[in-house]
Design a protein. Sequence first.
Length: 318
Amino acid sequence: MNYFWKKLPLECILNKPRSFHQTKDGLYREYNQWDADDLEQQWFVRFLRHNFPGNHTVVNFFGPFSNPFFIKREFEGKKVFFTGEDVDHPLTNRHLKFGDYCLDYVDLAMGFGEQKNEKYLRFPFWIFRMFSPEDGPDQIRERIQRVNETRYEKSNECVLINKHDGKGTRELVYNGVKDILEVKLAGRWRNNTRELWDVYDNDKDRYLRTFKFNICAENNNTKQYVTEKIFDAFKADCIPLYYGAMNDPEPGLINRNAVIFWNKEESNEENRAKVRALKHNEAFYKEFISQPKLLPATADYVIDRFAKLKEHFSRILT
């Protein structure tokens, strides 16, 4: 009896999700993921509603914000694991818990890394920020063209929007340019302005469009870990000041010449000189910002991700 009661709290913890949401019809359910006020607006749910309108199979989505034991439980329907977080960086808590993408316990797993498993699809989070789940090939190409061609009038120099900087990646870039550019820190980290909330109603995209530069370092320097940050900068017509993904984000898709890559172990004097020139030489700035940001292969890659995602859902739903 005493043994039972000692074990019970642990069993309760392992079997209780940190967060849970479901659609009104109960068909789509989400556990331990970013909070969603309306699960109908979740990207994958919209993709499924659009591409599989007649589906009657329950789909359970799991994220990396709890313990992996919860996913091992039996659930009605199918199980899908997705992470937009870095689970590949070695010797970290998330890697120890989810570095295997839970492939032994789910029907489909997705993230930013590469896995040689028929149940895995590389589907990086930046796709969510760039494309609608209802997009077809023509809409995908149009969105990429808009990113490459749209220009916005600029009234500010540089912005950094982040909640935290546990690994010092944002501070690395910030310290390198703060004596050259006026940098507005609009997130929680070292906040020095209320503009994002008070003037732009927390509309990050609209706020970013007013800046020439965006410090958009990743929180980890992990191969292939590319979040939405550099793509948000591109969409807003900002010059990305970037660090992360071994400074080789999405090779073959991103135009490296349209990015200023910050170095951690080497001198950044060449980068600093380029930033100064871009600030003071309007002709150089216009030439730099007018470069295509996304290469032609980007459209083909995204179209392929959409097609493979549809194939995977077709596999597990039929």
